[in-house]
Structure formats: C-alpha cells, structure tokens
Design a protein around this ligand. Structure first.
Ligand code: PAF
Length: 283
C-alpha cells in the first residue's frame, strides 16, 4: 500500500511539515495544481521526484483567477482520487489550504506583472486571469519556499509569467516547464476536458492537428499570415469559436512576421460549447 502524503491545511501545519522535510539539507520541489489531477500533473510530479529529494503538491482552486462568469463553481474537485494518485507517486506533502487561509479577511495585495503577461493572448480574453495566478503562485512560493517548481507547457503564457515573477522577486525558485501530455488523438490533457460532450470530445483534436499542420507549413517556408489564417479556418470549421491562434516568439511571446524572428511558438485558445481550451506547439 502506498503511504499517504502528509496533508497541511493551515500555515502552521505547513511550516511544521516543511521543517521536517527540509531536515538533512533536502531539496524541495513544488508542483502547484488546482487538483482534478490527470497524467499531465503526474508527469510534473515524476519530473519533480527525479530532480528533488522532497516533493510538495499544492491543491487549491484559486477563485482569484476566475472571472465571475467563469467556471470556479463547476471546476472539477476530485480530492480522494487526487490523494490516491499522489500517494501512488510517493509525494511527501500536499498543501491544501481553504480560501480563507489563502485570502484571509482584509487581504489586499496583488502581484501585477507586465512582459509576458501583457502580450495580448490570454490577458486579452481573460483580463483578470494573470493577476489571480501571479498572486497565488507568489504566495505558494513564499509559503512553501521550494528550491524548484514545475509547471506544464500547456499553459505556455502562464509558464513564462511565473518564471518572470520567480526571477523578478528574487524568490530563489528555479521554474521548469514540462512538455504537454496528450491523449492518443493529440488532445492536450486538461482538467477541463471532462466538460466536453462525446461530440465535442471527438471534435477537440482539431486544435492540436491545426497547430501541427501550421508548424509543418512554417518550417517548409510558407507565409505566416496565410498559414495562421488556414489554421484559424480549420479550427472554426471544426466547431470551435476562436479567441486566437497566433505565431509568437517562443521567449518574449511578441508577435513575429517571419520564421527568422523565431524561435516560434504557435498558441491557440478556442471555445467549443461552453468549454474553453488552450494549446500550443513549438516550431
Ligand atoms: O495551472 C494551474 O493549475 C493554475 O493556474 C496554478 C498555476 C496552480 C495557479 O492556481
């Protein structure tokens, strides 16, 4: 039987648990999550286990990163299954604060970032999002003081933003991104995939397919504008309402005019029914 991780739900319990974990100069890795764990999260945990001697996973569905019209209430919460998965991976500690512990009465601080957070991708369509992510990730970093932290590349802009805050605030955390884990048909794993009906699920791989086609065309020398227009058309014909599908510089996320301005990353966000999915690929 795998041993259940320690669970901390209050800051004093977290501090005590971390003191224990840090004994004998152990290195600590943090994997921040909102729960509803899938194989993408498990890949992050496994990478963290290879790189650090102790692994902490946070599970906190962060209200600050959802707009009032978004899915905070409906977001899948699968605590028992999550804990069983983390026990099977040999995770040491689960940090699972409630909203009042994370944002106590009178909480009035926000971490505001520019640079990758204001490049007109997710920030254009979810203007509240990065303020919520940066504030909670900043708090998770200061609460757990990890040596390193692991985030999925599926949320590519988020990865750039949290890397920036770790550097800009001298938090001493090395942020590492890990490749997106995909279903067999290419759909990026996401906790939100459970919202898809059977028909929507069958349509969803068009996102990855269109990005891969566009990457192939760009590598072969096709024009960026025409290639991205073809990707947009394929995604729309596939049943999605597109927020954006764009070629950007893979580091700065700035718009690019040609392959020579690269390395490039192609990023998409689109809605099918009420479910909004994102994905990206390198070129
Ligand atoms: O990617 C997520 O699951 C969340 O945005 C994160 C990084 C855990 C912050 O709430």
């Amino acid at each position: 039987m795998p041993r259940s991780p320690l669970i901390a739900r209050t800051l004093p319990a977290l501090r005590r648990a971390l003191e224990g974990l840090r004994a004998r100069k152990a290195t600590v890795a943090l994997v921040p999550t909102m729960g509803a764990l899938h194989d993408g999260h498990i890949a992050l945990v496994r990478l963290a286990k290879r790189r650090a001697s102790r692994v902490v996973v946070s599970i906190f569905v962060n209200p600050a990163q959802f707009a009032p019209n978004e899915d905070f209430g409906a977001y899948p919460r699968t605590w028992k299954a999550d804990l069983a998965k983390l026990a099977a991976e040999g995770v040491d500690l689960v940090w699972n604060p409630d909203v009042k512990t994370m944002y106590p009465e009178g909480f009035a601080t926000k971490i505001l970032t520019e640079g990758p957070a204001t490049t007109g991708l997710e920030d254009r369509f979810r203007p509240h999002f990065f303020g919520g992510v940066t504030t909670v990730v900043g708090k998770l970093f200061t609460q757990t003081r990890p040596d390193m932290a692991f985030f999925g590349e599926k949320d590519f802009q988020q990865l750039k933003v949290v890397t920036r805050i770790a550097r800009d605030l001298d938090l001493g955390v090395k942020v590492t991104g890990a490749p997106t884990v995909r279903e067999r048909d290419g759909l990026a794993m996401s906790s939100r995939n459970v919202y898809l009906s059977a028909e929507q699920r069958a349509a969803a791989p068009v996102l990855y397919r269109s990005l891969k086609d566009a990457a192939r065309r760009l590598k072969a020398g096709d024009d960026i504008k025409a290639t991205m227009k073809a990707a947009a058309d394929a995604i729309t014909e596939g049943g999605f309402a597109l927020d954006y599908v764009e070629a950007r510089h893979a580091e700065s996320l700035a718009p690019v005019a040609s392959l020579k301005d690269g390395p490039l990353r192609l990023l998409v966000a689109a809605k099918i029914g009420n479910t909004r999915l994102i994905d990206n690929v390198g070129v």
